[in-house]
Design a protein around this ligand. Sequence first.
Ligand code: AMP
Ligand code: ZN
Length: 460
Amino acid sequence: MKLFNTLTKQKEEFVPLEEGHVKIYSCGPTVYQYAHIGNLRTYVFMDILRRVMKYNGYTLNHVMNITDVGHLVADADEGEDKMLKTAKEQKKTPWEIAEYFTGVFFQDAAALNIGMPEIIPKATGHINEMIEFISCLIEKGYGYETSDGIYFDIGRFNGYGKLSGLDLEGQIAGARVNVNEEKRHPADFALWKKASKEHIMQWPSPWGMGYPGWHIECSAMSRKYLGDVFDIHTGGVDHIPVHHENEIAQSEALIGKPAVNYWMHGEFLMVDNGKMSKSLGNTYTIADLKKNGIDPLAFRYLCLNANYRSKLNFTWEVIKSAQVSLDRLLEGALAHRDGTEKIEPELLSTFKREFDEAVNDDLNIPKALGVVWNIVRYGRKSKDLYGILLKMDSILGLNISNMKENPSNGIDPEIEELINQRQQARKDKNWKLADEIRDKLKGMGITLEDTPQGAKIVKN
Ligand code: AMP
Ligand code: ZN
């Protein structure tokens, strides 16, 4: 299979370090607020990579960190820690904030059928590993101490900027005004920050009480769980110029060779052709989609329609049409499940070959979906075709096998959720709650009739 490597800027044949096994590291979420659908697009890409690897028979050791300390408001060394900022605003501890938003992230990921990595370490659980990593960097002459922390000396590292193609001068121009006079180079970045007494998150270190910089967590945790060198590193494109350059500098400085063989980056999701921003009120979440009657899997379907290396534009019109297409696709698959025709083995293997070629060509899922549609629309309806659709769905993750007889067309996910809650209430013999939900549904124009097989909707 071929994968596009950001480092070499070309598609390369994927050769794992260990036959039949892939080691992947993905930069995980900063758990200080609800993930927006842009963040989630990046994790759909990560999931597709996982699924294609499994489809090809690889076993996985995949690590994704949870950033619960150290990620400042700007990706570089300026501003407040994102966790602390939210904690103050919500009058909670940063640990409470992290726990809540990590939970929501897992729920959102589950709603999108995003398979979770085998190992999900938290930054705050690996402070010692980071301190050890930083101590080694200082010992090797790559780290130096200032009055406010420990910095990485990028002037000492040959090759800084090789991922983004920016040279040191470019990095200087890109760096904001150099507020820290003690830094040797404007783009030197913090490995460790010394903390004032009031700072909530702080740990003892050889350099006094403090907290780690954001970049060091990924270098320290990838090394702990995957070893010095691993196969693939993923993240969003915004991580290329700062976070991943810094990870490369730290890890390579420590081990004396590249730590990552293939760097892969997912392009951005745009909204109304622009950046998502709080001030524009367009940082949508999974909850926003559901509120508008959109199945989260319609968002997954939308993501699959674009190559992961292309920008994708979200509008309400586009997502509604993705919902219609997904419903049609599921209905089409259902027709094959009930089909009785026999299909020639040659045709089945042609479909499979075209699909495999697409997914193995740098995860060309839009092309693979084209093959799926050719099968769905195929005139003769056949269980054989349904069988290969199910295999393909092990990559697509669109729930072809457990679709409802009457796909979401018509049933609002919110209504479905209420029906499920009422069923549970009846099981629990909580008749009061069950009646309340029935009345609420009635108010929404849905009348339920209880049958021995469960509740049936009688449309008003
Ligand atoms: P964060 O929680 O800010 O650390 O970001 C989590 C992931 O989302 C990172 O891999 C980012 O690169 C990615 N990301 C942020 N914004 C977008 C966007 N608009 N589209 C796609 N990915 C994004
Ligand atoms: Zn990272």
